[in-house]
Every structure is written in C-alpha cells, then in structure tokens.
Design a protein around this ligand. Structure first.
Ligand SMILES: Cc1ncc(COP(=O)(O)O)c(C=O)c1O
Length: 313
C-alpha cells in the first residue's frame, strides 16, 4: 500500500494538495480517538470508476457520527459528490476511499463539545488487503488472546477511530506469531469477527454468520454477501458461531471492504475443510467481483458511477 499516487485530499469542502493536508497536534481525535470513519472501495467497471455501496457506507458514517454526537456539517449528498470529486481529481480508476469526521482542536477535556468537527476524504490505490494469494488460496488466522470489546462498552455497530485499538492489538499479535489475520472472540466465548472483517462459515451447502449480538460491525460486504448467497440459492442462518462450528466447517471466509471475500484456510494451524478456497466460497467470490465490476445487472444499483473527470490546477 502506498500514498505516493495521491495528489489531492478533500478537506472541509475544499480540495487541497496531499502535502498540505496536515493537522495540529492538539486535535481532540489524536488524543482520544474521537472520530468516525468509513472504508469504501471504488472499482473499475464497465462504466468507468464506480463506488461500491456508497449510500450504505455513508448511511453508516452518519449513524456512527450520531452515536458520538458528531454533527457532520455536510449533507450526505455533499459527501457523495465529494467522494466522486476526489476520485476524479486524483484520476484513479480504482481505489480505497476513507472519509473521516473527527473532533478538531479547541480543548483537550474529554468532552469534545467545544471542538470543531473536521471532515476529510482520502483516497489511495489499495490492492487486496490480505494479499492476492490470500484471495485465491485462503489465509491463516489465529484466535486472538484479545477479546472483542462488548457492545455495552463501546457500540460495535459504530465505526469509530478509538475502538480500532482493539483490532490493532489483535492483528499485531497475530502477525508477530506468523499468522495473516486475527479472529476475535466475544465476551461469551463465541466468535465475534476478524480485526477488520466479518466471518462466514459453510456447512452442508448452507451459510452461517453471526450478527450484532456478538459484538460485530455490521459489514456492508456482509450485507452484500447475504444478498448474493440468497440469489445463488444458498440458505443463510444468522446465529452465534462457536469455535467448534469453525473447526468443523467445510469452508470459511472473511468479508470486508478491504478484505473483500477472502477464504480462511487454517485456524491456529488446524486446516478448515480441504485447506484451500472451497467451491461455495469460490462461487460467492466470483459473484461478488462480478457485482463490483458492474458485470451483473442485478447489482448495478450498488455502484455509484464516478462521472466526468475534473481538472484541478
Ligand atoms: C471490525 C470490522 N468488522 C467488519 C468489517 C467489514 O465491514 P465492511 O464490509 O462494511 O467493510 C470491518 C471493515 O470495515 C471492520 O473494521
């Protein structure tokens, strides 16, 4: 991953140069993680660059902001246009999009009421998050010694900056021990999710996944996969997932904007199913990438086409 191709950043209604997109060390969010954000992908499609499920991501951004009392000083339609504009000016055909709304500089008391709300949108090219090989062959995960925080501590359905320290601890531990990704359990010992992904299992040609009762972020990709699975004729059961369910599954895969649909081939060195991408995962992955590329009419309304290049001088 590299920021070297990004020339422009959207900040508080203006397009500014990457090198000017700095912030002061006194901003509230830097000290306390008091911001909310989204992770979105723009894909190259038959109709040019298009943002996948932009409405759903921005809906979640405003919901996350509501949880923390962050009043985003722009309408959703303004941010929709801003996302398209910043992709255009950077001349990306495909990229990752990161809107971030955070409390700025005024006071460092914990109550951020006096702090202004700053809004930025970053874009950069980001290849497969868990690697191209991971997408094809599957990834090796470990059960994290860190539990996913309970939604009564911090609402897990909001995507807020500070809560990602839990994921940072988990993923650092996993990588240090030689795994690709961490899987976090919830406070009851059921599976919650990956450090940045939701989990699906496949058993008897049916899908299993959990929901917000197990302290997960309700992923936009999870939602897309639920619909795709239904369209492919797979039944999905939404319920608690145990480690036994995972170890006994025929297939398992992660879903997420960054990770897309990534097979899980091992958990703590125990092979899942046949130890590589299974047939159901492959069909779902294929249908997912057909949707993101605009090759399937049924999912065209998931794509927000980025139109007309804009030139900034
Ligand atoms: C903790 C966590 N769970 C799940 C997901 C998947 O969500 P989405 O599919 O909306 O990207 C993400 C990614 O944003 C995440 O950070």
């Amino acid at each position: 991953m590299s920021f070297s191709q990004t020339r422009w950043v959207w900040r508080n209604g203006e397009i500014i140069r990457w090198e000017d997109a700095n912030t002061h060390v006194s901003v509230h969010a830097l000290h306390y993680g008091s911001g909310v954000f989204e992770g979105i992908r723009c894909y190259e499609t038959v109709n040019g660059p298009a943002v996948f499920r932009l409405d759903a991501h921005l809906d979640r951004l405003y919901q996350s902001a509501d949880v923390y009392g962050i009043e985003i000083p722009y309408s959703q339609s303004t941010l929709t246009e801003a996302v398209c504009e910043i992709i255009q000016v950077n001349e990306f055909k495909s990229c990752y999009v990161r809107p971030l709304c955070y409390y700025g500089s005024s006071s460092l008391g914990l109550n951020p009421a006096l702090c202004p709300v700053e809004v930025v949108i970053l874009t950069w090219p980001w290849a497969a998050y868990l690697g191209a090989e991971g997408l094809e062959k599957g990834v090796r995960v470990t059960v994290s010694p860190w539990l996913k925080f309970h939604s009564k501590m911090i609402p897990t359905t909001a995507k807020a900056c500070g809560q990602y320290l839990n994921s940072v601890l988990a993923v650092r531990d996993a990588v240090r021990r030689g795994f690709d990704e961490a899987l976090l359990l919830d406070a009851e010992g059921n599976i919650a999710e990956g450090s940045g992904e939701n989990l699906f299992l496949v058993r008897d040609n049916k899908l299993l996944t959990n929901d917000e009762q197990h302290s997960i972020l309700l992923g936009v990709t999870r939602d897309a996969v639920l619909r795709i699975a239904d369209d492919l004729g797979y039944e999905t059961k939404v319920r608690a997932l145990t480690l036994d369910d995972l170890l006994g599954a025929e297939e398992a895969f992660f879903t997420g904007t960054a990770a897309e649909v990534t097979p899980v081939r091992e958990v703590d060195n125990q092979v899942i199913g046949v130890g590589r991408r299974g047939p159901v995962t492959a069909r779902i992955q294929e249908a997912f990438f057909a949707a993101t590329a605009g090759r399937d009419e049924r999912y065209r309304d998931w794509l927000h086409v980025v139109e007309h290049p804009v030139v900034v001088v």
